[in-house]
Ligand binder design. Structure first.
Ligand code: GUN
Length: 293
């Protein structure tokens, strides 16, 4: 078994971003700028947003966090987005999900100017992705593609089971892996809550991407010998072995599955760091006006 080290891959990519940003500053230009909006105090979202800010700072990307109370109305949130849309010195914006129940996520996503939608969630950018046009790819699937590329893992002609069909991970991942591209050219099966014979599908797959959101769902008897296993899950579980009293585990039972896999991502330190790297890459694309001139 070989470990797909997300920290190593993401450090290599982030070093290049850092170098590019330093070059811009040396040339007297402004730094790229990412804005994040956090509504409410969901603990997981606070951690994600803090990590994004820290990662921006490390590579020299300016980051601004708009922290709004949970009671913020949808109109107030749309007002903040409008303000950011009009600020020429902000390249990209993300609205951290989930949003409180009284706010309609789709209305909010569609209010972001597509040129600043570095999450790649706006229907215009989803449409471009489906059409194979240059766009911002959603950060997690983008990060996974970069991991496969970094470790030179062959995908062409392989069978791939993607567990999950969310707009953020499963659906774009299935699409991207089936595209005529490298990485890509897989025969993809999207597995979801209504799928039958799930174990049979995963056991026949050369590549399994687990984004089901269920701790330790994927067991050794569900994968074939030599499979490539990518774990998107991240769950906090109580532990008496750590100082914090909890540890992070994925959708894959790593101890079991790693004995059969040829390549596998750990949790933490696998897909997680690459998701933020995907976002940083998209922010650079926005700054360079690569997608929208
Ligand atoms: N919540 C969980 N994943 C994501 C993501 O990739 N982007 C945003 N904005 N919110 C999320």
């Amino acid at each position: 078994m070989k470990l797909i080290d997300g920290k190593e891959a993401s450090n290599a990519i982030r070093d290049k971003i850092k170098e590019e940003v330093a070059g811009l500053i040396d040339a007297g230009k402004r730094a790229p700028h990412l804005a994040a909006i956090l509504v409410g105090e969901d603990p997981a979202s606070q951690t994600y947003v803090a990590n994004k800010e820290k990662s921006c700072q490390k590579v020299g990307i300016t980051s601004t966090l708009y922290r709004l109370p949970a009671e913020t109305t949808q109109d107030e949130l749309l007002g903040v987005i409008d303000f950011i849309n009009q600020d020429d010195e902000i390249d990209g914006v993300i609205v951290q999900l989930p949003l409180p129940d009284h706010i309609d996520k789709d209305t909010v996503i569609q209010a972001i100017h597509p040129s600043k939608d570095v999450d790649g969630f706006h229907p215009e950018n989803v449409g471009k992705m489906v059409s194979g046009l240059p766009t911002y790819l959603p950060a997690t699937p983008f990060g996974i593609l970069m991991l496969l590329e970094h470790y030179k893992i062959e995908t062409s002609g392989k069978s791939c089971a993607v567990l999950g069909r969310s707009n953020i991970v499963g659906t774009p991942m299935s699409l991207l892996l089936s595209r005529k591209a490298d990485p890509g050219n897989c025969t993809v099966t999207t597995v979801h809550s209504r799928s039958q014979n799930i174990e049979q599908i995963t056991a026949e797959a050369d590549i399994v991407v687990a984004a089901f959101g269920q701790p330790h769902y994927l067991k050794a008897d569900m994968v074939k010998d030599g499979a490539v296993v990518i774990d998107v899950g991240i769950h906090r579980v109580p532990s008496d072995k750590t100082k914090s009293g909890f540890r992070l585990i994925g959708d894959v039972d790593f101890d079991e599955v790693s004995k059969k896999a040829s390549w596998i991502t750990p949790v933490p330190g696998g897909v997680g760091p690459m998701t933020i790297t995907g976002l940083l890459m998209n922010t650079m694309k926005a700054y360079r006006k690569e997608v929208y001139s």
